[in-house]
Write a protein of this length. Structure first.
Length: 244
């Protein structure tokens, strides 16, 4: 079996209207990349034509695999399934809209190979390049979640929800085997565990373009996410996660 340098994990859910464009961008990257790369499309129980389209892509491209979850469980569950099924020495997850240019994966791979356990994108420092912002109300509500999480869970980091993160295979196995949060706040959980385990987490400024078709429903997902954060702290305090 050929060794894989980089695994790219892409959670998808009811993406039939924009899957083709996302795949085109991924295939363009694969065609020019010097890394041995695989793409894992993880269908999170789609009810439209997404799974069929992804299956066709996997049949045409040997570097593409499809994982299908039988029901919609959430982005966190889809990312976990893909990360643990991947075979790459470095495993990166991103969104199908490629809000962060996929070519950025090269730098993330290099930084992981240079000794960082985890490399994450940030939109929140001066050298970041946010080309298209979210609507103001979404930015304000998202900031409430960000500040709460940074102060209580991930001190020292600036942007935990940017959907562009890379992990070494070893970090993947340790963290995702423990993760339980299946929806929006899964990023907070995996980075909380990474810091508690003493892993080297490096933040990198990225170019980012907001896609208005986000599936995050702040009125529902923000309160639920805050409850999930409480669950994470409770599990840690009561021994629900491995401490070593």
């Amino acid at each position: 079996m050929k060794s894989v340098d980089l695994s790219i994990i892409v959670p998808i859910y009811n993406e039939s209207h924009r899957l083709a464009a996302g795949l085109e961008g991924l295939f363009a990257y694969l065609s020019q990349s010097k890394l041995t790369t695989e793409v894992l499309l993880v269908d999170d129980g789609s009810t439209d034509g997404t799974a069929a389209m992804a299956e066709q892509a996997a049949a045409r491209h040997e570097q593409v695999r499809l994982i299908r979850l039988t029901r919609n469980r959430g982005k966190g569950a889809a990312v976990k399934a893909g990360m643990l099924a991947a075979t790459g020495r470095v495993r990166l997850f991103t969104d199908i809209d490629l809000s962060v240019p996929i070519a950025t994966a090269d730098e993330f791979y290099r930084l992981c190979r240079d000794g960082n356990d985890i490399v994450i994108g940030t939109r929140k420092i001066t050298t970041s390049n946010v080309e298209v912002h979210q609507p103001r109300y979404r930015e304000l509500l998202g900031e409430v979640f960000r500040q709460t999480t940074l102060r209580l869970f991930t001190p020292g980091l600036t942007d935990i929800t940017c959907g562009f993160k890379a992990f070494t295979a070893e970090a993947t196995a340790r963290i995702f085997a423990q993760s339980v949060i299946q929806r929006w706040s899964f990023d907070a959980e995996i980075l909380f565990l990474a810091l508690r385990y003493g892993m080297a987490v490096k933040e990198i400024p990225v170019t980012w373009r907001n896609n208005p078709e986000t599936k995050v429903r702040l009125a529902v997902d923000l309160p639920r996410s805050l409850m999930e954060l409480i669950r994470v702290r409770w599990r840690w305090a009561t021994g629900g996660y491995a401490k070593a």
